[in-house]
Design a protein around this ligand. Structure first.
Ligand code: ADP
Length: 490
């Protein structure tokens, strides 16, 4: 296919680039203020997207409500077929989708491709769950009665997604909703709308009916309020900051909507004295610097046993310093830019804070010489316990290493946070693997492994990190309501 000269996207399939909200099966002209989108690697404009007024968002929810009965009544196999088609189309267009993502979000192209495949895997997984949403027949105390437990679609769902995984978070929410027989109205992050709209284009091609999957853009607080106030919306699924999550949870109280919240993290990474230190270094690099550290399951705090701390820190610092920082479109790039100026300033502020309090910078520590939104991969040793990085989610390419004496102290330090999303530790002692996995107050634990997300495994947090689980056979539960049917006179 031809590409337009000077078109930064230069897609093989230019029709994937959409600039309008997707409402009731159509691309709808905006009636709100347009949003400008920029490439964080270069600052160059990627153009604008049109947005909707609150009234148009309400009309979108109305459309999702109208589409609900037919979609819910469609045999599960039919819904699954559409999800499988969506999965196949996403993979067929993976190169274009990855390019859109790198341009608007900044992550290295290889990571963007990985995210597209990861996101698509949820469409396939939940196509499988759609046809297995079994009910129950319960033994009852009376001979002439039966109790049936049905699992029904919750209804119209609303979803709000972040910019750090602009594609996968959308499929991870939309696929289980559609599998369950729900319809959905999605508001993606304003920074990364093109990835969301390209998924809508492919949903349309996958014959997902009008009104079943809708993408709205506009003023986030106004859209959040519209979601909370509309009586048809029975569920909200949100991935983002704990601050916004708290606000949305409070708003959901008004109509007692079900909620799934995937919020912030403050992941510990413990290296025990019996660990394979080289594997732990590689694990820490992967779990920290992927997506420039802008990941809710990214490592924030490393604790290394005092007998291995010096060796571990030295190797980690050397590996971090050698990471190639640059434009995500460059195939050598391992760490891309931060999403915007505020993110860069926040990371720089955290580094200044820990330095002032006596922490030692052992790698990086300042904005990268490339300028713009690039920051050096940074490792800090001996961060004092009053430093801000102990409490705050870092969301950038910065990590601290702190020595500990024994298992009890490691667990105490790791658990000393309001968050409880991901945690990691490295050990070769089987007994310790069980004790520590059980002692960590986190929704997910990686033992000798730096990744904790896959379509086959529950993903989610405890404490201030959220409510509910996504992925796995549990992921569809949040989109299903239980209905009990008593049958008498048998
Ligand atoms: P971040 O600070 O990393 O952008 P947010 O939690 O603010 O994290 O953003 C995650 C998503 O929540 C984005 O889509 C954003 O537009 C949306 N959002 C932010 N504030 C609100 C709000 N008051 N109501 C509804 N959505 C919001």
């Amino acid at each position: 296919m031809t590409t337009i000269a000077n078109d930064p996207f230069a897609l093989q399939d230019p029709a994937l680039l959409r600039r309008q909200p997707y409402v009731d099966g159509r691309w709808r002209s905006g009636d709100g203020a347009p949003i400008a989108v920029a490439n964080p690697a270069t600052g160059a404009s990627l153009g604008e997207v049109e947005t909707l007024s609150p009234a148009a968002v309400i009309e979108t929810i109305d459309a999702a409500e109208r589409a609900l009965p037919a979609w819910k009544a469609l045999p599960a196999r039919e819904r699954a077929n559409r999800l499988e088609r969506w999965h196949d189309l996403i993979l067929q267009h993976a190169d274009d989708l990855a390019r859109i993502m790198t341009l608007e979000q900044g992550k290295p192209l290889a990571e963007a491709r990985g995210e597209i495949a990861y996101g698509a895997s949820f469409a396939k997984w939940f196509a499988g769950e759609a046809v297995r949403a079994y009910g129950e027949i319960v033994p009852t105390p009376a001979r002439d009665r039966r109790v049936l437990v049905l699992r029904e679609a919750v209804g119209v769902c609303a979803a709000i997604t972040p910019w750090n995984f602009p594609s996968a978070m959308i499929v991870r929410k939309t696929a289980p909703a559609l599998a369950a027989g729900c319809t959905i109205v999605l508001k993606p992050a304003e920074t990364t709308p093109f990835s969301a709209l390209a998924l809508a284009e492919l949903a349309q091609r996958a014959a997902i009916p009008a009104g079943v999957f809708n993408v709205v853009l506009g003023d986030p607080p106004a859209i959040g309020k519209a979601f909370a106030a509309h009586p048809a919306v029975r569920k909200l699924s949100f991935t983002g900051s704990t601050r916004t999550g708290r606000l949305l949870l409070a708003q959901a109280a008004e109509q007692v909507q079900k909620v799934t919240l995937e919020l912030g993290g403050n992941a510990p990474f413990i290296v025990f004295d019996d660990a394979d230190v080289d594997a732990a270094v590689e694990g820490a690099i992967a779990a920290k610097f992927r997506n420039a550290g802008q990941v809710c399951v990214a490592v924030n705090r490393i604790f290394a046993h005092e007998s291995v701390a010096a060796r571990f820190t030295e190797r980690l610092a050397a590996r971090a310093a050698a990471l190639k920082v640059g434009n995500g479109l460059d195939p050598d790039t391992q760490v891309g830019p931060l999403i915007n100026r505020a993110a860069l300033d926040r990371v720089a502020g955290l580094v200044d804070d820990v330095k002032t309090r006596g922490g030692k910078i052992v790698a990086g520590g300042k904005p990268h010489k490339l300028g713009g939104l690039f920051f050096e991969p940074t490792v800090v040793a001996g961060a004092p316990t009053d430093a801000c990085i102990w409490r705050e989610e870092i969301f950038g390419p910065l990590v601290t290493v702190t020595p500990f004496r024994d298992e009890t102290e490691a667990l105490r330090l790791a658990n000393a946070t309001e968050y409880g999303l991901a945690s990691y530790f490295y050990t070769r002692d089987l007994g310790r693997a069980f004790r520590v996995a059980e002692g960590l107050q986190f929704g997910m634990v990686g033992v000798n492994v730096p990744f904790v997300s896959s379509e086959c495994a529950p993903f989610g947090g405890v404490k201030a990190s959220g409510i509910g689980r996504e992925g796995s056979r549990h992921g569809i539960e949040d989109y299903l309501e239980i209905k009990t049917v008593w049958v008498g006179g048998i």
